[in-house]
Design a protein around this ligand. Structure first.
Ligand SMILES: Cc1cc2nc3c(=O)[nH]c(=O)nc-3n(C[C@H](O)[C@H](O)[C@H](O)COP(=O)(O)OP(=O)(O)OC[C@H]3O[C@@H](n4cnc5c(N)ncnc54)[C@H](O)[C@@H]3O)c2cc1C
Ligand code: FES
Length: 366
C-alpha cells in the first residue's frame, strides 16, 4: 500500500513539474511581446507578437480580403512584405506564384508576426469598412438558396462596384464553436447605399451557410465587412457574355442593375446553368431585364430537366451552348461566377472562342 502511495506521489510531482515547464515555455518562448507593423511606409500599428498578420490587421479595423476566414484555402489575403516576416511557409506555396514570391507577397493569414514587419497593401483596402445592418427580409429562391436583405442603420452607407463582395460574420451557435467570416457577392444595385442583398446557398455542414439557413431571422443584427474584390463591371463597347450557376447569379444581378441604371445598349448574353427546373430562380426578373435592356438575352440551360418535353429553354451544359452560340468572331468580354470547376471549363471554351484571357473576369466561389 505504502509503495503504491509513494509511486502516486512521485507521478503527481512529475506531471505537476511538466505542467509548470509547459506554462513557463508558453510564457517565455511563445511570448514575442508587442510587435510594430508599418503599412505603406506611413501607417504604424502595434499587434500581439505571435498572432497572424491578418488577425492583427483586423483588430486595427484594416480589413484584408479573407474569403476562407483565414483557413489558408482561398489565397485572397495577400500582402507584400517589404521587410521582416520570416520565410514563406509550405501552406502558402500553392497560392503564391514565383514572381509574387520574388516581390515578397505572402498570405497574411499564415504569416505569424514574430519581429517588426513592414508591408504594402492596396490603398483601397483602407476604404473597407465594418457594417452592422439588420436583416429585413429572407425569402426562399430554391429549396437550398435564400435571398436575404440587410438594411444599414442611419449614418451607415456602403459604396461598391457591381460585382464586388462582402464578408459576413457567422457567430458561434449551437453546434459551431468558432466565429468565421465568409465571402458573399452583393446581388443588389450599386446605386443603393443603405441596403445590400445577398443570395446564399446551403453547403452541407458549412458553418456560415448553416448559420444563414437555420439560425438567421428577420430582425437580427449582423456584422459584415466590405466591399472587396476586383471582379466588377468594366465600361467598354465589347459584347458581354455572362455565365453563372446557382448562387453565382448574385454578382451578375448587380451588374445587370448597374447596366440598367446606365441605360446600357451593349449586347449581353447571360447563360444560366442549372440541373432541374426547381433550381432556376428570378425568371420574372430576367424577363424585366430583357425588356429594360435593349440588347440583353437570358439563356437558361438545364442539364437534367425532369420533364424534357415541357422545357422550352436550352438543354445540356452551358459549355455546349457557348460552343454553339459563339461562332461569329466579335470583340467580347466575359463575366463568370460559380464553382472553380465550372469556371475552369468555361474559361477554356471562351479562350478557344477567341476571347482574350485579360477580358475574362471571374469569381470562383471556393
Ligand atoms: C469571392 C467569393 C464570393 C462568393 N459569393 C457567394 C455567394 O454570393 N453566395 C454563396 O452562397 N456563396 C458564395 N461564396 C462561397 C462562400 O464564401 C462560402 O464558401 C460558402 O457559403 C460555404 O461556407 P460555409 O462556412 O457554409 O462552409 P465551410 O464551413 O467553409 O465548409 C464546410 C465544408 O464544405 C466544403 N465546401 C465549402 N464550400 C462549398 C461549396 N460551395 N460546395 C461544396 N462544398 C463546399 C468545404 O470544403 C468544407 O469541407 C463566395 C466565395 C467567394 C470566394
Ligand atoms: S484568408 Fe484565405 S488564404 Fe488567407
Amino acid at each position: 500500500m505504502e509503495k503504491i502511495l509513494t509511486t502516486l506521489l512521485i507521478f503527481s510531482l512529475f506531471t505537476g513539474f511538466l505542467a509548470f515547464l509547459l506554462t513557463l515555455a508558453k510564457k517565455t518562448i511563445g511570448n514575442y511581446g508587442i510587435m510594430k507593423v508599418t503599412i505603406n511606409e506611413e501607417t504604424e500599428i502595434e499587434m500581439e507578437g505571435g498572432d497572424t498578420l491578418l488577425s492583427g490587421l483586423t483588430e486595427e479595423k484594416i480589413f484584408i480580403p479573407s474569403a476562407c476566414g483565414g483557413k489558408g484555402s482561398c489565397g485572397y489575403c495577400k500582402v507584400t512584405v517589404e521587410s521582416g516576416g520570416g520565410e514563406i511557409l509550405p501552406t502558402e506555396f500553392g497560392y503564391i506564384t514565383p514572381e509574387e514570391r520574388e516581390r515578397g507577397v505572402r498570405l497574411s493569414c499564415q504569416l505569424k508576426v514574430k519581429e517588426p514587419i513592414a508591408i504594402s497593401i492596396p490603398e483601397e483596402l483602407f476604404n473597407v469598412k465594418e457594417f452592422h445592418p439588420t436583416v429585413t427580409a429572407i425569402t426562399d429562391l430554391t429549396p437550398n438558396i435564400k435571398h436575404i436583405f440587410f438594411t444599414f442603420p442611419e449614418g451607415e452607407e456602403i459604396q461598391f462596384k457591381a460585382g464586388q463582395y462582402v464578408q459576413l460574420r457567422a457567430p458561434k451557435y449551437p453546434g459551431n464553436h468558432e466565429e468565421v467570416f465568409r465571402a458573399y457577392s452583393i446581388a443588389s444595385s450599386p446605386t443603393e447605399h443603405n441596403q445590400v442583398e445577398l443570395i446564399i446557398g446551403l453547403v452541407p455542414d458549412g458553418i456560415c451557410s448553416t448559420y444563414v439557413h437555420k439560425h438567421l431571422s428577420v430582425g437580427d443584427k449582423v456584422a459584415i465587412t466590405g466591399p472587396y474584390g476586383d471582379f466588377y463591371y468594366q465600361d467598354s463597347a465589347r459584347e458581354i457574355i455572362m455565365v453563372a450557376a446557382g448562387t453565382g447569379m448574385a454578382p451578375i444581378l448587380s451588374i445587370l442593375h448597374q447596366m440598367k441604371a446606365m441605360n446600357s445598349e451593349r449586347r449581353t448574353l447571360f447563360y444560366f446553368g442549372a440541373r432541374h427546373e426547381e433550381d432556376l430562380f428570378f425568371l420574372e426578373r430576367m424577363k424585366e431585364f430583357e425588356s429594360d435592356l435593349v440588347s440583353f438575352e437570358f439563356i437558361p440551360s438545364l442539364s437534367k430537366p425532369h420533364n424534357e418535353a415541357d422545357w422550352k429553354g436550352q438543354l445540356g451544359r452551358v459549355t455546349t451552348c457557348l460552343q454553339r452560340d459563339l461562332m461569329e468572331p466579335c470583340e467580347r468580354e466575359a463575366y463568370l461566377c460559380g464553382s472553380p470547376k465550372m469556371i475552369d471549363s468555361i474559361v477554356e471554351v471562351l479562350i478557344e472562342k477567341g476571347i482574350p484571357e485579360e477580358y475574362i473576369y471571374y469569381d470562383k466561389f471556393s
